[in-house]
Every structure is written in structure tokens, then in C-alpha cells.
Design a protein around this ligand. Structure first.
Ligand code: C2E
Ligand code: MG
Ligand code: MG
Ligand code: MG
Length: 283
């Protein structure tokens, strides 16, 4: 089972990343606690932009953990532990609440901006997910079309009929679905047509290698073309340079995210950055 999980995560050695044994147990106990108190799990928000103008089109919620003794932790330090535990459901619910609270605050302050929330593969095996999402949207008064849920390719490889039902249910609400880290899994292009999705995010690994690797270049170009043919928005992740931006525009890619535009920022700063990007695009 562990090996299968590891393989599904694209780790051919079968070795798990992150902490082991008793360290995992401690982390899990601390995470359980973090879900019960305020302000330990927080979100950094990274703007996504229209490539040609730089105008913001949304923001992605990226979790950070103010750990009581270890300082600020990035998701790499704990997400994998969450995903192999019974916290996977409660954790995603908690993150969704945080994200929707932020967008509803922004809207009250005059900034209407969609938010993208990362889901774990196992969340999609939960038949109640659409209901849960609908309830959260209602709780914060956020319209469904202001929420994007990011899933990974591995989700789409699962044979479970539940996943298809859940995705249909989510889209019926008006929520948009994005495929994250596209190109890194074992997915085939046909999976994109089998499941109705709205957006594809090209993994940062390919974007960063475009200048050095013809293969990476070809993968990005193919994804952009495919997305266009299927009527999907293609978002290039991890854009760090003006050169990458120009290359992507040349390929016909329309949207991006990355340090070149803005790093992930805590909500107030992200709000200011989004407003700044919108102003700059108008000039
Ligand atoms: P992701 O969803 O693919 O998010 C993009 C990651 O790339 C983020 O790392 C972001 O900070 C980083 N990034 C953005 N622009 C650039 C750039 O220009 N250059 C470089 N080098 N990196 C850039 P982060 O925040 O450490 O998150 C890592 C992963 O953890 C995310 O990858 C996502 O898969 C997962 N994650 C984050 N938040 C959540 C969450 O709330 N729930 C779940 N299930 N997973 C999450
Ligand atoms: Mg993501
Ligand atoms: Mg990801
Ligand atoms: Mg990604």
C-alpha cells in the first residue's frame, strides 16, 4: 500500500518524502491541534495574471504553518503527512474556509478576485465533497464561479466512479476545476477530455527548463496547444523571468503565475499586490 501510494506520487524509489516514524506521529498530533486553534495554519496568496497585460485573474491559496516551536513551515514539511492520515478531509475543509473568508473580505473591500484552492487526491473520493463546498460558499457568501479547485493528474487516473461523480457535482455548482502540475504525473492527454476540467496548470519544472531543454519547450508548447484546442485556460506556473514570459506569449499561452509577477503573500499584502497589478495593467 505504501509503495502504491509512493508510486502514485511519482516517486519510483518507493521512499516517502518528509518525516519518518515517530516524527510523523508527533507532527500529526501537532496538526490535529493546529486545526483546533486559530492562526497556526494560514494562507499565502499568489496572484495569477493574464500574460500579455499582467492584469490579475485570481490568486492561489498556499498553506503555511506557524508551527508553535519550529517557525513558519512550507507545505512540503507536512502536506504529505496530512494526505496519509485521517486529517485529509478536515484539513481541506479548514483551508477552504480560510480561503473563502479571504475572498469575501476582499470583496467587501471592493476587490473581486477568484481564489484557487489545492485539494488532495483523496478529497475527491469523498461523495459529500460537492455538498461541503456548496455549504462553505454559502457560509461566506462567495459565488461559486469565484472558486477554482486544483486537483492533480493522479486523481484522474483513479478508476473510482466516485471521482467522476464528485467532479460533475462540483462543476454543477459552478466551481471551476484546474489540473495542477500538469505533465508530472502518468496522465495521458485523453484524461483531460474524459473529465471535464476548466484549466490546466503547466508544472514549474517545465517552465523553468524551457530555455535549456527542447523537450521541456515541446511539453509546454503541446500543453498550450492542447488547452487551446479543448477551450481550457492554460496557466504557466513558476514564471521567473521576462524571457520566459515572452517565450510563453510567443507560444500562445495566455495566463501565468510566478515570482516574475508576484510571490505568494499574506492576505493584506496580496490584496495590495493584486490592486497594483490591476493598475499597472490599465496604464
Ligand atoms: P502548487 O500548487 O503547484 O503551488 C505552486 C508552488 O510553487 C508553491 O509552493 C509556490 O510558492 C511556488 N512558486 C510559485 N511561483 C514560483 C516561482 O516563480 N518560482 C519558484 N521556484 N516557485 C514558485 P508552495 O507554497 O511551497 O506549495 C507547494 C505545494 O504544496 C503546492 O504546489 C501544492 O501542491 C501543495 N499545497 C500548498 N497549499 C496546499 C493546500 O492548502 N492543500 C494541499 N492539499 N496542498 C497544498
Ligand atoms: Mg496549486
Ligand atoms: Mg501541486
Ligand atoms: Mg503546481
Amino acid at each position: 500500500r505504501e509503495l502504491i501510494d509512493a508510486l502514485h506520487q511519482g516517486d519510483p524509489t518507493g521512499a516517502r518524502k518528509g518525516p519518518v516514524g515517530s516524527e510523523r506521529m508527533i507532527l500529526l498530533a501537532e496538526l490535529r491541534e493546529a486545526l483546533l486553534v486559530e492562526d497556526q495554519l494560514v494562507l499565502a496568496m499568489q496572484p495569477a495574471v493574464e500574460l500579455s497585460t499582467g492584469a490579475p485573474i485570481g490568486a492561489e491559496a498556499l498553506v503555511r504553518w506557524h508551527h508553535p516551536s519550529r517557525g513558519l513551515l512550507a507545505p512540503d514539511a507536512f502536506i504529505e503527512v496530512v494526505e496519509h492520515s485521517d486529517l485529509v478531509g478536515p484539513f481541506s475543509r479548514y483551508i477552504l474556509d480560510l480561503a473563502l473568508r479571504i475572498v469575501s473580505d476582499w470583496a467587501r473591500g471592493g476587490l473581486i478576485m477568484p481564489v484557487a484552492v489545492n485539494l488532495s487526491a483523496r478529497n475527491l473520493l469523498e461523495p459529500e465533497l460537492p455538498q461541503m463546498v456548496a455549504a462553505a460558499l454559502a457560509r461566506y457568501g462567495v459565488p461559486a464561479d469565484r472558486l477554482v479547485l486544483e486537483i492533480t493528474e493522479t486523481v484522474m487516473m483513479d478508476e473510482s466512479p466516485v471521482i467522476e461523480e464528485v467532479l460533475i457535482g462540483l462543476r454543477a455548482l459552478g466551481v471551476r476545476i484546474a489540473v495542477d502540475d500538469f505533465g508530472t504525473g502518468y496522465s495521458s492527454l485523453t484524461l483531460l477530455t474524459r473529465f471535464q476540467v476548466d484549466e490546466v496548470k503547466v508544472d514549474r519544472a517545465f517552465v523553468s527548463q524551457m530555455g535549456h531543454s527542447p523537450e521541456a519547450m515541446a511539453i509546454v508548447k503541446t500543453t498550450v496547444d492542447l488547452g487551446r484546442a479543448l477551450g481550457l485556460r492554460v496557466v504557466a506556473e513558476g514564471v521567473e523571468t521576462a524571457e520566459q514570459r515572452a517565450t510563453l506569449i510567443g507560444m500562445g499561452c495566455t495566463a501565468a503565475q510566478g515570482y516574475h509577477f508576484s510571490p505568494p503573500l499574506f492576505p493584506d499584502k496580496a490584496n495590495a499586490a493584486l490592486v497594483g497589478l490591476a493598475r499597472a495593467a490599465e496604464m
